[in-house]
Design a protein around this ligand. Structure first.
Ligand code: ADP
Ligand code: MG
Length: 250
């Protein structure tokens, strides 16, 4: 299989706090990968370090290159609480931002760009809201618009940080369906995910972290009580055997 992301000894410090420690893994093309771990485990930090948005020690290659050289092919949907939802911008303009890296600075967005924007909004069921302010929408609708922006970018690698937090069931269904389609089309999708109950249903592979990498592998191999308790330490209670395991995050 083709390697998409190679991470070696990735380490991030905030002041004296080591948020992630010596994380190494290789991810292959065409997978839907969940990044899981307790609050403060460094999930968001890991994504930002891979994207070059946070200063890190160690090395990262994306599609065999430095991330700065493949920005166009990498799409990022930040955690909802990192977005200023009061910023006055129309839904269609948010999605057009996904095209900016594709448009030379001396050109205006043309017909093709608008078609991609319309198609992306249609895929998330938000086309009729295109002239609305982003701040007027519900949480789920806002998240769908950000997914449309990521789709419009036509990237090969996607990073979504807790996309299902604070959204309605319909939006969650639409988003997971789209992420599966991307995976089936050979894209690689990373999703930071907090709620363990959907992990087996949603992901092909899991990357379990708690500052350090605990385990990375197929869901079948790593979604196991011993690995989960190592990841969540005291912050979780497990009931039952592996197949009908119930997990309660404290
Ligand atoms: P997660 O996404 O798994 O909840 P984060 O990556 O957000 O974890 O945070 C990991 C650790 O780094 C936490 O202890 C958090 O408080 C700290 N941290 C995150 N961002 C910053 C920052 N910008 N400055 C200082 N500390 C931070
Ligand atoms: Mg986070």
């Amino acid at each position: 299989m083709e390697s998409v992301i190679q991470v070696k000894n990735l380490t991030v410090f905030y002041e004296n706090n080591q948020a992630i420690k010596n994380i190494s893994f290789n991810a292959e093309k065409g997978n839907l990968i969940g990044i899981v771990g307790p609050n403060g485990a460094g999930k968001s930090t890991l994504i930002k370090a891979i994207l070059g948005l946070e200063k890190a020690l160690g090395s990262v290659t994306v599609l065999g290159m430095e991330v700065n050289d493949v920005r166009k092919q990498v799409s990022y949907v930040p955690q909802r609480n990192q977005i200023d939802w009061d910023f006055p911008v129309l839904v269609e303009d948010v999605v057009m931002m996904g095209r900016f890296r594709h448009i030379p600075w001396y050109k205006r967005a043309g017909k093709k760009e608008r078609e991609i924007m319309i198609d992306s909004l249609e895929k998330v069921g938000m086309l009729e809201y295109r002239k609305r302010q982003i701040g007027e929408l519900s949480g789920g609708q806002q998240q769908r618009v950000f997914i449309a922006r990521a789709l419009a970018q036509q990237a090969d690698v996607f990073f979504l940080d807790e996309p299902f937090v604070g959204i309605d069931v319909t939006s969650e269904d639409i988003i997971i369906r789209l992420l599966r389609q991307l995976r089936d089309a050979g894209k690689t999708v990373f999703v930071v995910h907090h709620d363990l109950s959907k992990v087996e249903e949603y992901f092909d592979q899991l990357l379990l972290i708690n500052k350090e990498l605990v385990e990375f592998g197929a869901v079948k191999e790593v979604y196991k009580p011993d690995i989960l308790s190592k990841t969540y330490k005291g912050s979780m209670t497990l009931f039952g055997a592996s197949n009908d395991m119930m997990v309660v995050s404290n």
